[in-house]
Ligand binder design. Structure first.
Ligand SMILES: [Fe+2]
Length: 155
């Protein structure tokens, strides 16, 4: 399919999709960091360290996503209220078991990957190769995080 010309209007549409990606990423970052603190059980150390590796990677990406929104000349949403309105990922629960925490994170990565795929499609249709590339890289990263969490769930 031939890509449309990139315009101020398409930039605005792409930035809106990226705002949803930012909100999902920020929320899963917070949840991963919270579970890093609260996870318990015989695999504590391994899970504590795995989650630290993942939240650090996601934290770096949040800045890249927000700055891409600014490069498209739109404001990046900030604050819990604004970001909370843009994501369907719920806050984590510190009382969950380690297994429930990992499953909750897997679900959060699924949501984030779906949001990213949509943003990548919208960027592609708008001829925005940079945003499409960023989204593709983020899909790869979240699929890797999801794999490591799922592998940790196997008995
Ligand atoms: Fe820590």
């Amino acid at each position: 399919m031939a890509a449309a010309a990139k315009t101020a209007d398409t930039d605005k549409g792409v930035a809106h999709e990226l705002s949803k990606v930012l909100a999902d990423s920020f929320t899963i970052y917070q949840k991963t960091h919270g579970y890093h603190w609260n996870v318990r059980g015989p695999n504590f150390r391994g899970l504590h360290l795995l989650l630290e590796e993942q939240y650090n990677e996601i934290w770096t990406s949040v800045d890249e996503i927000a700055e891409r929104i600014r490069a498209l000349d739109q404001f990046a949403p900030m604050g819990h209220g604004a970001l909370g309105n843009l994501t369907s990922i719920k806050d984590g629960d510190p009382t969950l078991s380690a297994k429930e925490m990992l499953k909750d994170l897997v679900d959060g990565h699924e949501v984030t990957i779906a949001t990213l795929k949509h943003a990548a499609d919208v960027a592609d249709e708008a001829g925005d190769i940079s945003t499409n590339d960023l989204c593709t890289q983020r899909i790869t990263a979240h699929e890797k995080h999801r794999w490591m969490l799922k592998a940790s769930l196997e008995a």
